[in-house]
Design a protein around this ligand. Structure first.
Ligand code: 8OZ
Length: 364
């Protein structure tokens, strides 16, 4: 029997992906005025359309959900129209693309909030962390705790943003439940000391993430809804006492909703995979649909993990920034170009759309 390869198609719900390599969501801070993705974004994503699936950069579901300068939104008509140019360009090249829906919660700054107000969070606990605002890395602002009666509005914003994403031509959405942003803040007790139905027990802390997942799946279909989680990542100053029990519970409930994929950041986001003990196989066994593995994968680790049945799809982040033809390079064993860190966040075409493919570089 021959083993399945990363370069073979995969059925994700009713979509056929050309291969098992996914472009991870990557924040690039290049939206135009009004937080509208522009023509450069359409070029950037379409250059990378040979990935089996592209996941867009995190995109705020409301002004309140924004935490960094110049990140795109998915809550105005102009934003929907801007994203439509991106999805048309990707589909024109035969690619598939999901939009990542984002509410940053406490990882924000008063300068990004309506009338300079405080960012919102489960509890009034300031994160140890920085955001990128006013062209500088800046301490996040002190948040205020959400009132119980504000929570349905946040679920509703996620629902509307998912509908907007479909109107913009996306093949589906990924709910950002990872990396110390709002849904992860609710799930983890280092950020959530509420005493109402959204705090305390594992079930209560999971409630907001699960309500959002149910609302989005109800709006656009579970077959178009994925979610990203990062059970042990300390990203953005998040901590928790019980990640295995918390995420076993969450994944049981996500499976019951029938979400099309579970995208797991294994270890510390962008850092060590072994930062804390965690049984990712437990999540995989609880979830019947696709498991996307992320964090520090290279060709060898993805190939062995696929052969061992640990995951279905593999999300690559940084290598996709500097290698628009990453799939072709991995397939042919070609060397990978390194990223230029100075051009990661903000700016224009430099370090965004000007990384060459192998074919460009050889002048053919
Ligand atoms: C890097 C810089 C800003 C935001 C994440 C959306 O960690 C992000 C992000 C990453 O999920």
């Amino acid at each position: 029997m021959t083993e399945t390869s990363l370069f073979e198609p995969f059925a994700l719900g009713d979509l056929t992906l050309a291969n098992r390599i996914v472009m991870a969501p990557l924040t690039r801070n290049r939206a135009d005025a009004g937080f509208v993705p522009g023509a450069l974004a359409a070029e950037y994503y379409s250059q990378r359309a040979s990935a089996g699936l592209l996941i867009s950069e995190a995109s705020q579901i409301s002004q309140q959900g924004q935490g960094y300068q110049d990140t795109p939104g998915i809550y105005t008509r102009a934003q929907i129209e801007g994203w439509r140019k991106v999805t048309d360009a990707v589909h024109g090249k035969g690619g598939r693309i999901f939009l990542q829906l984002w509410h940053v919660g406490r990882i924000s700054h008063v300068d990004l909030q309506e009338n300079g107000g405080a960012p919102v969070a489960p509890s009034a606990i300031r994160a140890e962390g920085k955001t990128f605002v006013n062209n500088a890395f800046t301490d996040v602002s002190m948040p205020r705790a959400l009132d119980l009666d504000e929570i349905p509005g946040i679920v509703g914003d996620f629902r509307q943003a998912a509908a907007n994403a479909i109107a913009a031509g996306f093949d589906g959405v990924e709910i950002h439940g990872a990396n110390g942003y709002l849904l992860d803040q609710f799930a983890k007790d280092g950020a959530n000391t509420r005493t109402d139905a959204y705090g305390g027990s594992i079930e209560n802390r999971a409630r907001l993430m699960l309500e959002v997942a149910a609302a989005v799946a109800d709006e656009i279909g579970a077959g178009r809804t994925g979610i990203r989680i990062s059970p042990v990542s300390p990203a953005n100053g998040i901590t928790t006492s019980d990640p295995q029990a918390q995420f076993d519970h969450i994944v049981d409930r996500l499976d019951a909703l029938g979400l099309v994929y579970l995208h797991v950041v294994e270890g510390a986001t962008g850092g060590p995979r072994d930062i804390a003990p965690f049984d990712y196989g437990s999540l995989r066994r609880r979830f019947r649909n696709a498991y996307i593995a992320n964090n520090g994968y290279d060709l060898a680790l993805a190939t062995s993990s696929l052969a061992e049945g640990k995951a279905d799809l593999f999300a690559f982040g940084r290598p996709f920034i500097s290698n628009p033809d990453l799939v072709e390079r991995l397939k042919s064993g070609a060397p990978l170009a390194e990223i230029d860190r100075a051009t990661l966040y903000g700016g224009g075409a430099a370090g965004y759309t000007d990384y060459p493919t192998l074919a460009d570089a050889s002048g053919s």
